[in-house]
Design a binder for this molecule. Sequence first.
Ligand code: SF4
Ligand code: SF4
Length: 298
Amino acid sequence: MDAPMGQLPTIAVAAGKGGTGKTLIATSLAQALCEAYPGRVQLLDCDVEEPNAHLLLKPAIHTEEDVGVPAPVVDLDVCVRCGRCAEVCQESAIAVIRDAVLVFPDLCSGCGACAFVCDAGAIEEVPRSVGKVHLGETPEKIDFVSGELAVGHPRATPVTKAVKQHIRADRVTVVDAPPGTACPMQETVEECDFCILVTEPTPFGLSDLGAAFETCRVLGVPCGVIINRLGSGFDGVERYCDAEGLPILAGIPQDRVIAEAYSRGETLLSAQPERGEQLLEVFRDTQRLSAKEALGDA
Ligand code: SF4
Ligand code: SF4
């Protein structure tokens, strides 16, 4: 059944660590949603340091956008060496040492504060490329957006932000978040309607799930868990979720068929099409849970 028009939700898929199957779940969820929202699904790959959703969804890329961050360039003939730029910089990316003004581009966030406080007008902001955003469409007509951080650039968040700018209110958006709980993950998950945390039933999975759950709690984003590769015999994740009131949305078993499909660059739905209904039920649960949370906050 086709779903009604209006503001459609944005669901992040995150994991406290890499290798849990996060991208497999995100891409397969986007494919499953095509049944309920034909032509109105988008997938954002915000794992900009190691984007690989395209390997599974195989989009045709039609547009490439450069992501630039303004970086200060100082005209030493105009500069009066007052030091205000260095005082205001929160990143220690600019320093005034005797007659020299040194800029450290890799530390610079491009906030523009130094140019703003420079009364002498000695600072010009020059765009510096930090990555790219690729736009395309998959064979299932999923709008595909993927960020790619420039090699050697240490700051992922400008590229993550550039990817998120493509979120459309008339699309159900699935966002593949970077692994871990550092700034790029927080930037990705922030303001999403729900976050699905993918974990595996091991002590390591449990430890990283706790960190990811705590991050979502601080960000105020409701979340639930998918346990991937069930069958190890370790039940610590279930016990933790029960104790914390963290809903378990689904379990995906350890299955050779899924592993072999993944190794060929195929999604979960390619290996087991019947999982589509399970993932649609996960999506319905995310909507019920976020509505419940919103009512609780009201
Ligand atoms: S604020 Fe402007 S004038 Fe002052 S040291 Fe920095 S660049 Fe030079
Ligand atoms: S743009 Fe911001 S981060 Fe970069 S040097 Fe200026 S004040 Fe520092």
